[in-house]
Design a protein around this ligand. Sequence first.
Ligand code: SAM
Ligand code: SF4
Ligand code: SF4
Length: 378
Amino acid sequence: MAERVIPLVDQRVRALAAAVPARPIPATGTLRDQLGRPLRDLRISVTDRCNFRCNYCMPKEVFGTDYPYLPHAALLTFEEIARVTRQFVAHGVRKIRLTGGEPLLRKNIESLIEQLAVLRTVDGQPLDLTLTTNGSLLARKAKALKAAGLQRVTVSLDGLDDAVFRRMNDVDFPVADVLKGIDAARDAGLGPVKINMVVKKGTNDHEILPMARHFKGTGLVLRFIEYMDVGATNGWRMDEVLPSAGVVQLVDRELPLVQLEPSAPGETAERWGYADGSGEIGVISSVTQAFCGDCNRARLSTEGQVYLCLFASRGHDLRALIRGDASRGIEPATEEQLASAIGQIWQGRSDRYSQLRATMAPDEGKGVRRVEMSYIGG
Ligand code: SAM
Ligand code: SF4
Ligand code: SF4
């Protein structure tokens, strides 16, 4: 077996300065990047902390008790997040996903949701406002989240077997409590609740069928995600990836499936319905099938950096523009300047890592420091 090397790295690399362009770029909702892709989806990370230590995301060896998380003053405030988001929405964003780290650990997250829920898309529609959580605090918080204006939640759940689940979250958290959280979310009206299962070959692939059987016919949508080479700390290896085609084959053998149309352009999940009409599953093939061609997602990190790709190594620092930075001669930006800066960042985007990965030699890109999933969210 190949030796696994888990490097000790600081996930934060120096950001690229975001600048206000000389010629304004008004927010008209028609922005396109270098490859003609619109901006539709914004994922906002509200904390870099988490109460789980999933090995594929925040391995304990790296994210130990002495890990230097961001100090509170470095985080964007809720008002700052809402202000930036308003400009993203004016540029065409329709879908917002709050994530992290574990987003429900951020104090009073309901207040941010309230501020985002009142925003309207360029054509006057409410935003699709969702949140991805590990579910540990959901039983307690579901009702308040709904009352604040959240529409849906996605819950990450990597298995039903308690021992497997405890091993994967690596903090001995019982699966029953996440299942209670999922019920609470459904009862609070945060549906259709989606369940995300990261499949790691040899670790939890034997949980695929039990998960499919459990959620079939419940109205919840189970999605299987290929284990990805995000970040630099999880010691990723291709031989631990179970291609989605294999997942579909496995489920189909016992619970026959038919392929469904994608729900929206840029949708990451391929949809499969149960032939007996009792619901659907999804597969997200981030490794074996590149979907960069219509990727319309931007990510805002906890401290206000815009990342244009999950696999980017550097973000664009919007916080300096929002707050101003006298030491660098940066004045706080007006709303128009902020919109122009975001416009310029998106217009310069040509990222398509998953497409390029397919043509890379196995060692290519090794040593390039990439941002961690827990820092910019999934
Ligand atoms: N803590 C929350 C949670 O787990 O749902 C939100 C943040 S988490 C980074 C977002 C999603 O990324 C989760 O569904 C998680 O399973 C997924 N994820 C993290 N690392 C991954 C990896 N290496 N490959 C595939 N998915 C990953
Ligand atoms: Fe935490 Fe989510 Fe990462 Fe697991 S996947 S360590 S729950 S941020
Ligand atoms: Fe989008 Fe980057 Fe993923 Fe391609 S690799 S789909 S550009 S986030």
